[in-house]
Design a protein around this ligand. Structure first.
Ligand code: GAL
Length: 692
C-alpha cells in the first residue's frame, strides 16, 4: 500500500509548490490527487483556458517523485456556467433549485451541462492524459454528496419519462407493473407521468423505486461519459471515483462497473458522530470511530471493482462537517492506515495536505496546519510509512510470489511499475464468508421501512458484518451478481428484491461446494417492480428453503420479543418479525406461537431482527457449523488477514493480552514475533505478524 494526499495547488502561492512536494515525499507519500475543484482557474468566462499552471503543478509533483491523480472538475461548475445555463441546477424534493455558492449544484439529467463536462474532460485528457506523472483520473467528486443523487428538475422529469418508455415499452405495461389501478393512478401517456414527490399522501412505492433506479442510471451515465473520453485520450491510466461512507442513494456496484478502482472517502469520527444512532457507541468510540465502521466500507468497496480499491480521502484530525468534531486519539491515524492496508487498499490518501485558512472547510485539519507547520497526523503518517517499508522488506519478492499463486482472485491485477509509483498488487485478502449486499434491496426497504422508523436496512447489514468480525473472520461484501461459488458461508443482507438470477447463482454455489446460506427477514419480499411475489415472500428463494411469510409486523424500538427453544435457551428480537408457514420445524418459538429460526441442510432463515448479543451468538454457531475457525474477539478488538500477514487493532479503552485472546486460529503462537506492536495491545495500537 502506498500513501498519498489531496492537494490544492490553486490555494497556495506557486513558489511554495516545490517545497510542499519535497515535504510530501519526505513523509513517505507517493500519490497526490489534485484538480477536482479547479474549474474556475482552468477556464475563464470568456472561454480562455489556463492550463499552464496545472501543467507546472503536475511537473513539480512528478519531479519530486510523486504520482498524480487528476480530478475532473465537474463537481464545481463555475459561476459563468450558471449564467449560460440557468436551468442546469438540481431541484430538491420541495421543488426548490439548489443555488450557486458551494458545490454539486448541477442536475445529472441536464444535457447541456453534460456537454460542458465532456468538453472540459476532453481538454484535460488531451493535455495531461499522457503525462508520465499522471497515473490515474478521478471522475467528479463524491457523486450524491449533499443529497444530490436525486433531482426533481424539469430536465430530470423529461429524462425520467423517456427512461420509463424504454423500460416498460407501453403505458399499459407501466400501469400494470406499478399497480396503478389502485386509487385510479393510471396514466394514459408517458407524458403524464409525474415526479414521486409533492403527492397528498405517500406516492406509489413502485414509482419511487423506479425513480431511484432512474436516478442511479443517470449517475452511471454521467460517469460513463467521462470514462469513455479518459480511456480514449489517457491510455493505460486507471480511472476511479471517490465514493462515500454510509451512503446508498444509488447502485455503487453498477457505477463502479465502468471504473478500474473503487475509491472511498473515510472519515471514521465524522461518520460515528453523524450517523451512529447508538448513544453508547457515540460515547465509547468518540475518538476512535466504530471498530467496524472503516472495515465495513473497505470490504464493501473491495467488492466493487474486482478487488481493486483505494481510500482517496482519509480523516487526519477533526473535520468540519459532523454535528461535533472531536480529535482522534493519538495513534488512530496510524491505526486507520494499517487497517486499510490489512483490508487490501492499494493507496490510502489523506485529506488534505495543508489546512485551508479560508472558506467552508477552514476548521478541517490536514497533515499540516494552515501556516505550514506539521500537524499531529504528519508524524503518524511518517511512522506508518516507515513500518510499511519494514514489512515490505521482510516479505521478500519470493514470498510474495508464493502468496500470489495463479488461483488468487487478485492475480489478474498484478502489475508493478515502480518508476511511476503505480500501486503494486496488494496482497490478496481471502474470505470464507461473504455478505451479499444489494443496493436495490436497501432502496426497497428504505421506501417502505418494514421494521418501523428505528430500523435501518444499511444499519442492519452493518450489524451482521460486526457480528462476523467479532469472531475474527475476514468478510467479503459482494454484489448479487458476483461469483459466489468460492465461499463457505453467504449472508444475504437486504436482498429484498425477489431476484431469480441470484437464486440460480446460490443454487449453483450449493451444487458446487455446498455453501451455507443465511436469509434475513425481508429476503425476496418484493419483485423488481415493488409487488409482493405471487407465491409470497421469499419468492424464488423458496426453492432453497420451503418457507412462506404469511405476516410481517414492525414494533416500537424499545419493545423486545423473546423466543425460546425446548431447552429454555432464549433469544431476544425486536423491531421487525415475520410469521412463516413451513414444514421445517423452527429452532425456537415466540410466546404467541410464531416460530423463530428455520434451517434445513445448511440454509437458514432468520425471520426476526435479533438483538446484537443474540445475532453474534447465532452467527458464531453458524460459522462453527461451516467449519470456519473462529475466536471471540469481543466488541473492541479486530483482526484482519492479508496474504500471510495478520494485523490486530485495539479500538477499546483497555489493553488486551493477545496471547489470551487470539491463539493459533489466528496464527498467533507463544513464539510469534511481532513485526509491529506488542503482545499487550493498548488502545489505538496495532500489532502485525506473519502467519507461519
Ligand atoms: C469530502 C469531500 C472533500 C472534503 C471533505 C471534508 O466529502 O470529498 O472535498 O469536503 O469531505 O471532510
Amino acid at each position: 500500500m502506498k500513501t498519498g494526499v489531496c492537494y490544492y495547488p490553486e490555494h497556495w502561492p506557486e513558489q511554495q509548490w516545490a517545497n510542499d512536494a519535497a515535504r510530501m515525499h519526505a513523509l513517505g507519500l507517493r500519490v497526490v490527487r489534485i484538480g477536482e475543484f479547479a474549474w474556475s482557474r482552468l477556464e475563464l468566462a470568456d472561454g480562455t483556458l489556463h492550463l499552464d499552471w496545472l501543467q507546472r503543478a503536475i511537473d513539480t509533483l512528478h519531479q519530486a517523485g510523486l504520482s498524480v491523480v487528476l480530478g475532473t472538475p465537474t463537481a464545481t461548475p463555475p459561476r459563468w456556467m450558471l449564467d449560460r445555463y440557468p436551468d442546469m441546477l438540481a431541484v430538491d424534493a420541495n421543488g426548490r433549485s439548489r443555488d450557486f455558492g458551494s458545490r454539486r449544484h448541477y442536475c445529472f439529467s441536464y444535457q447541456p451541462y453534460i456537454e460542458q463536462c465532456k468538453r472540459i474532460v476532453k481538454i484535460l485528457a488531451r493535455q495531461f492524459g499522457e503525462h508520465p506523472g499522471v497515473i490515474a483520473w478521478q471522475t467528479d467528486n463524491e457523486y450524491g454528496c449533499h443529497s444530490t443523487s436525486i433531482s426533481y428538475s424539469p430536465a430530470a422529469l423529461a429524462a425520467f419519462r423517456h427512461w420509463c418508455q424504454q423500460r416498460y415499452g407501453s403505458i399499459q405495461s407501466l400501469n400494470e407493473a406499478w399497480g396503478n389501478v389502485f386509487w385510479s393512478m393510471e396514466y394514459d401517456t408517458f407524458d403524464q407521468i409525474g415526479l414521486p414527490t409533492g403527492t397528498v399522501t405517500e406516492s406509489n412505492p413502485a414509482h419511487r423505486l423506479a425513480y431511484w433506479r432512474f436516478s442511479s442510471d443517470q449517475i452511471k451515465h454521467f460517469n460513463k461519459v467521462q470514462v469513455d473520453i479518459l480511456r480514449q485520450f489517457s491510455p493505460g491510466r486507471d480511472i476511479l471515483h471517490n465514493f462515500m461512507g454510509n451512503f446508498v442513494e444509488f447502485d455503487h456496484h453498477d457505477v463502479a462497473r465502468d471504473l478500474d478502482i473503487a475509491a472511498w472517502d473515510n472519515y471514521p469520527l465524522g461518520f460515528l458522530t453523524r450517523d451512529n444512532q447508538d448513544p453508547s457507541d457515540q460515547e465509547f468510540y468518540v475518538r476512535t470511530g466504530h471498530p467496524d465502521g472503516s472495515g465495513f466500507h473497505h470490504d464493501l468497496y473491495r467488492g466493487c471493482c474486482n478487488r481493486r480499491w483505494w481510500v482517496m480521502e482519509q480523516q487526519p484530525g477533526p473535520v468540519n462537517w459532523a454535528p461535533y468534531n472531536p480529535s482522534p486519539l493519538k495513534g488512530m491515524v496510524r491505526l486507520w492506515g494499517w487497517e486499510a492496508f490489512a483490508h487490501g487498499a492499494e493507496v490510502m490518501s489523506y485529506f488534505r495536505w495543508r489546512q485551508a485558512p479560508f472558506a467552508q472547510e477552514q476548521t478541517h485539519t490536514g497533515l499540516l496546519l494552515s501556516n505550514g507547520d506539521d500537524d499531529v497526523a504528519a508524524g503518524e503518517v511518517a511512522q506508518l510509512n516507515a513500518e510499511l517499508q519494514q514489512l515490505k522488506a521482510l516479505l521478500s519478492r519470493e514470498q510474495l510470489h508464493a502468496v500470489l499463486n495463479p488461483n488468487d482472485r487478485q492475480s489478474a491485477n498484478a502489475s508493478v511499475d515502480p518508476d511511476h509509483n503505480r500501486p503494486e498488487t496488494a496482497l490478496p485478502v481471502q474470505a470464507d464468508v461473504a455478505i451479499v449486499f444489494s443496493y436495490a434491496g436497501i432502496a426497497i426497504q428504505d421506501i417502505q421501512p418494514p421494521g418501523g422508523d428505528a430500523f435501518s436496512a444499511l444499519g442492519f447489514c452493518q450489524r451482521v458484518y460486526s457480528a462476523c468480525r467479532q469472531w475474527g473472520v475476514n468478510v467479503d461484501i459482494v454484489s448479487p451478481d458476483a461469483p459466489l461459488t468460492d465461499y463457505k458461508l453467504l449472508l444475504l443482507c437486504a436482498c429484498t428484491e425477489d431476484d431469480p438470477k441470484l437464486v440460480s447463482a446460490l443454487t449453483e454455489a450449493r451444487a458446487q461446494n455446498s455453501v451455507s446460506i443465511v436469509l434475513f427477514p425481508g429476503t425476496g419480499s418484493r419483485t423488481a417492480e415493488y409487488q409482493i411475489p405471487p407465491n409470497l415472500a421469499p419468492g424464488h428463494f423458496q426453492s432453497l428453503l420451503p418457507v412462506r411469510v404469511i405476516r410481517s409486523e414492525s414494533l416500537p424500538a424499545a419493545q423486545s420479543v423473546r423466543a425460546i427453544d425446548q431447552h429454555d435457551q432464549s433469544a431476544n428480537t425486536g423491531q421487525w418479525r415475520e410469521h412463516l408457514h413451513s414444514d421445517v420445524t423452527p429452532s425456537m418459538h415466540f410466546g404467541d406461537g410464531w416460530g423463530y429460526r428455520y434451517q434445513h441442510q445448511g440454509i437458514h432463515y432468520i425471520n426476526a431482527v435479533p438483538e446484537q448479543a443474540d445475532l453474534i451468538d447465532t452467527i458464531g454457531e453458524i460459522l462453527n457449523n461451516c467449519n470456519i475457525p473462529t475466536r471471540n474477539l469481543g466488541p473492541h478488538l479486530r483482526t484482519q488477514r492479508i496474504g500471510p500477514v495478520q494485523v490486530a487493532f485495539n479500538y477499546g479503552a483497555q489493553s488486551v493480552e493477545l496471547d489470551k485472546i487470539l491463539g493459533e486460529t489466528l496464527g498467533f503462537h507463544h513464539d510469534t514475533t511481532l513485526i509491529v506492536g506488542s503482545r499487550t495491545l493498548a488502545q489505538a495500537q496495532v500489532a502485525v505478524w506473519v502467519v507461519r
